[in-house]
Design a protein. Structure first.
Ligand SMILES: Nc1ncnc2c1ncn2[C@@H]1O[C@H](COP(=O)(O)OP(=O)(O)OP(=O)(O)O)[C@@H](O)[C@H]1O
Ligand SMILES: Cc1ncc(C[n+]2csc(CCOP(=O)(O)O)c2C)c(N)n1
Ligand SMILES: [Mg+2]
Ligand SMILES: [Mg+2]
Ligand SMILES: [Mg+2]
Length: 324
């Protein structure tokens, strides 16, 4: 028999709230959060469901870190510095305390890594698969949050890091990439399990980038959001998409994986636009934060996204992740 709901909160979750005065020891109806003078509060929520967002049997510590990181990635995309988060767990009716202990280990590790604390949350049971949800809070200088709606015709379009590793990494984690060398399989799976939110780059792009978002559903799914929000069109040269050595090896071993590498999903890289005059400022932000950044296309007047294959032909068949 596991602990009761409130003993479980006190034992496992309260230590994660220490050091965050507004969390009130996880013993009140709500928490308090002060963004500080001259700062705006930035708020984002993402949930993860077993078998939809992560594989059954996943290490709870690694799962906890991914849950935090997908949310921190949205803060990064807004140029925000993370402050705190709330956590909702919907777990099968008899929660296993050793599972929760390991989940909390993962949260503690990334709290330390990113300088954040647990502000509160909710614990419920479910007859369905586990569902875990985080709401992350960050701050930006007042009025400076990066937005999807700020792209301008003529802007360059950039992506950080490498794309496609997360989606290929899911296949690697499932054991589907048998033809690939073990070190490449491991590198891809790690990118699926443990994204790297681009917080330093996001903050450095405040005042430089026009529009920004993070890539979670894959470039063909996500870029149309910037275009629609900004009332512009975009053109991407797929040959310019930055692919890791492991992703290139996977595509070389199985050319059918090219679409997976391009369409991505689970990337948690930044997609952003900036005026041509800001090229050296973008490069400086990239090098100051140690984040690779590649120019992958451009923004134009009009609407819609054109993806061009390496021969310059439009590709219509790539789609992003959608739940329904
Ligand atoms: N159930 C909902 N209620 C209110 N707003 C929602 C709901 N679902 C999504 N949204 C809002 O829709 C917008 C897009 O959400 P979406 O989840 O696609 O963004 P994202 O987190 O950047 O992408 P991803 O979920 O793939 O990481 C956000 O402003 C989000 O707050
Ligand atoms: C086991 C498993 N199967 C498939 C996927 C792929 N996937 C699921 S949701 C999502 C988009 C982001 O989620 P959301 O839009 O819900 O925030 C992606 C790319 C995965 N991660 N794990
Ligand atoms: Mg979301
Ligand atoms: Mg998100
Ligand atoms: Mg996002």
């Amino acid at each position: 028999m596991g602990l009761g709901e409130f003993d479980r909160i006190a034992r496992f979750f309260r230590p994660l709230a220490q050091g965050l005065a507004g969390a009130l020891d996880l013993a009140d109806d709500a928490a308090l959060l002060d963004p500080g003078p001259g700062r705006d509060l930035v708020v984002t929520t993402d949930a993860m469901v077993e078998s939809v967002h992560y594989l059954p049997g996943e290490d709870p510590a690694r799962l906890a870190r991914k849950l935090l990181r997908v949310n921190l990635s949205d803060l990064a995309a807004k140029g925000a510095t993370p402050l705190a988060y709330t956590l909702t767990t919907a777990l099968p009716s008899q929660p296993d305390d050793s599972w929760i202990a390991r989940f909390v280990e993962g949260l503690a590790a990334d709290q330390a890594e990113y300088g954040i604390g647990l502000l509160g949350g909710d614990s419920v049971k479910t007859p369905g698969p586990a569902m875990l949800s985080v709401t992350a809070f960050g701050t930006v200088p007042k009025g400076a949050m990066l937005r999807r709606a700020a792209a301008k015709a003529g802007d360059d379009l950039y992506a950080s890091g490498t794309l496609g590793d997360g989606a290929l990494g899911l296949r690697a984690a499932r054991g589907d990439l048998q033809a690939l060398a073990a070190d490449a399989v491991e590198a891809l799976a790690l990118r699926y399990h443990l994204p790297q939110p681009r917080l330093a780059l996001g903050a450095a792009l405040v005042g430089i980038a026009h529009a920004a978002m993070d890539l979670s559903d894959g470039l063909p799914g996500d870029l149309p959001h910037i275009c629609a929000a900004s009332g512009v069109a975009a053109e991407v040269e797929l040959a310019r998409l930055p692919l890791s050595d492991a992703a290139r090896a996977a595509v070389a071993a199985d050319p059918a994986l090219q679409a997976v590498a391009w369409a991505g999903g689970d990337d948690y890289e930044l997609l952003f636009t900036a005026p041509v005059e800001a090229r050296s400022a973008v490069e400086a932000a990239a090098s100051a934060t140690g984040t690779p950044v590649g120019r992958i296309g451009r923004i134009a007047a009009g609407q819609g996204v054109r993806l061009l294959d390496p021969q310059g032909r439009p590709v219509e068949s790539l789609a992003g992740w959608q739940h329904f």
